[in-house]
Design a binder for this molecule. Structure first.
Ligand SMILES: [Zn+2]
Length: 117
């Protein structure tokens, strides 16, 4: 079973990738269905079941001001950027308002991912 942390990672990944495709705003009611169709990880989930699981994750991110919600419309509070931890190699997606710290180990030695040449 998924942990909320894994779900949150995929949710942030989804926002990051959709923004890259020119869709910075997503419909809350459609997010779970989109994730079922986009991610192999969630392919076998019923969209309603995933929606039930992801709802508290979205609520938490809204209360932390990572996501902004206006009725059904959800955006990130700034563009997400992708950073990799130099200690554990975990890739984090962060908004401007968040501390520059790894979301797995809280390490603060992060670099851009993928690394610039
Ligand atoms: Zn780390």
């Amino acid at each position: 079973m998924d942990t909320p942390r894994e779900l949150e990672w995929y949710l942030r990944d989804h926002f990051f990738k959709q923004a890259g495709k020119g869709r910075p705003q997503l419909a809350r009611s459609a997010i779970a269905g989109e994730m079922v169709s986009v991610y192999l990880r969630y392919r076998d989930y019923d969209p309603q079941e995933l929606g039930r699981l992801i709802s508290p994750v979205i609520d938490n991110l809204v209360s932390n001001r990572v996501l902004l919600q206006d009725e059904d419309a959800i955006t990130t509070s700034s563009a997400l950027f992708r950073m990799q931890c130099a200690t554990c190699y975990y890739v984090s997606y962060l908004v401007d308002a968040e501390a520059r710290a790894c979301q797995r180990c809280a390490g603060t030695n992060l670099h851009e991912f993928p690394k610039k040449k």
